[in-house]
Design a protein around this ligand. Structure first.
Ligand code: SF4
Length: 202
């Protein structure tokens, strides 16, 4: 059986998950339990939505065709918990000229060490940007792309630098066709939801 990625969500176009226009894949499953996790709905692993790397790459290529995206981002959940498959996907994305970015609740040091998840070195080698570290609620300071100030942005290639991160739009909120809202971006969700509630948006 072809191995599949456990998918939480996929956006073919976002302006809030890294530099420029990007597709974003949110995976499911994370071994961390950060207090105030910004994507609690993706912490538990789930096979409800699974796709092969071929299928996800087809989505990314369609997004490139339709929206002229410059890259793809991996969020979650924990992308490095599915590192082997995402490394394959990231290499394919790069081969068609796209940039690659991922978040991880693990530190870069851990990902480069002996106890890293399987496939971590392959995924690191296929990334332009890594944003690492767990979310620490008391250090949530509204930095672009960093949920909390302990997290670090690592430029693993020369494709991007700090100015590209500073220019990233903080958050995009859209209504889902099936109801509810989809929040893209790295924000303090309790604060955001309080603001949205003020506008009658749930
Ligand atoms: S690492 Fe990220 S997805 Fe995992 S619990 Fe922490 S904030 Fe949530």
């Amino acid at each position: 059986m072809t191995p599949c990625v456990q998918v939480g969500d996929f956006a073919p176009l976002t302006l809030s998950m890294g530099p420029g226009k990007r597709a974003c894949l949110w995976v499911r499953g994370c071994p961390m339990r950060c207090t105030g996790c910004v994507t609690q709905e993706f912490i538990e692993p789930s096979f409800a939505w699974q796709e092969t790397v071929n299928e996800l790459f087809a989505r990314i290529c369609a997004a490139k065709e339709q929206y002229d995206i410059e890259g793809v981002s991996f969020s979650g959940g924990e992308p490095f918990a599915q590192a082997e498959l995402l490394a394959d996907l990231a290499r394919r994305a790069r081969a068609v000229g796209l940039s690659t970015l991922a978040w991880s609740g693990f530190s870069r040091k851990h990902l480069e060490g002996n106890r890293a998840p399987r496939g971590a070195s392959e995924l690191l080698a296929a990334l332009d940007v890594l944003i690492d570290g767990p979310f620490v609620q008391k250090k949530a300071e509204g930095n672009p792309l960093r949920g909390s100030s302990n997290q670090r942005v690592h430029f693993l290639t020369e494709r991007y630098n700090a100015s590209h991160i500073a220019d990233t739009q903080h958050v995009t909120v859209t209504r889902k066709p099936q109801g509810g809202t989809l929040v893209q971006g790295v924000v303090q969700y309790d604060l955001l939801h309080a603001v949205l509630a003020g506008f009658g948006v749930t």
